[in-house]
Design a protein around this ligand. Structure first.
Ligand code: SAH
Length: 219
């Protein structure tokens, strides 16, 4: 059990967080609702105590089990993209990890579902959400390729591990007008945004990114 105070002091203080948000703004994040939430959520809670002094640097950090917590810029960027300036009702995240991105989404959506394939990470994620008293998130141990058909359709789906192709179930579980944001590719990865329209799907290729791979099955 971690003892870190979640208000934070010194390198984990609210002021350090505001500096991180200033950098995100300089890097082109425009959605003020996203920036406000990132200024408020204590990211150091989600990383190992030994790394908490680095929690507000714009870098990916190790989570254990070979996985990484995404850098703040990419969390902000993907959240801005799925939101498209609109309040969100029901969101699905694939790849809970430490649940930092989950927590950001929980503050901008009514309900968040998040799937993680590694049960050991899911336990950590649960602890972090409990610590911050987040009640509108449902975590699921499973393979994100399937999505969660029984909770669909979603206004937004965000995937934080890179796939070689778009899992078809996720397309089906998107609402009309909904957005799926995900990294695609094996060697060279790019962020894609797929929107479901009345006629079908539109696909936009965005910036180059670097994510851990989306793997099959659970562990
Ligand atoms: N959003 C997380 C990112 C963690 S890295 C964070 O910021 O902490 C990506 C995560 O995706 C890892 O935890 C990995 O275990 C998980 N993952 C990989 N393949 C998956 C799959 N098929 N289904 C669900 N989760 C998966």
């Amino acid at each position: 059990m971690k003892t870190t105070d979640h208000r934070g002091i010194g390198m984990t203080s609210p002021r350090t967080r505001l500096r991180m948000v200033d950098k995100l703004r300089q890097e082109g994040i425009r959605d003020e609702a996203v920036l406000a939430v990132m200024a408020d959520v204590p990211r150091h809670i989600f990383v190992d105590e030994a790394l908490s002094h680095r929690a507000y640097e714009n870098v990916a950090l190790p989570l254990g089990f070979g996985q990484t917590i995404s850098q703040p810029y990419i969390v902000a960027r993907m959240t801005e993209l799925v939101r498209g300036g609109q309040p969100l009702e029901k969101v699905l995240e694939i790849g809970t990890g430490c649940a930092y991105q989950t927590c950001i989404l929980s503050r901008l959506a009514k309900e968040v579902y998040s799937i993680e394939r590694l049960s050991s990470l899911l336990d950590k994620a649960r602890q972090h959400l409990r610590q911050l008293r987040i009640m509108n998130v449902r975590l699921k141990h499973g393979d994100g390729h399937q999505g969660i058909p029984e909770a669909a359709p979603f206004d937004a789906i965000l995937m934080t591990a890179a796939a070689s192709h778009v899992p078809p179930s996720l397309l089906e579980q998107l609402k009309i007008g909904g957005r799926l944001v995900l990294p695609l590719g094996t060697q060279d990865q790019y962020l894609y945004m797929i929107e479901r329209t009345n006629e079908g799907y539109t696909e936009t290729k965005l910036e180059a990114v670097k994510f851990v791979p989306l793997l099959a099955g659970t562990a």
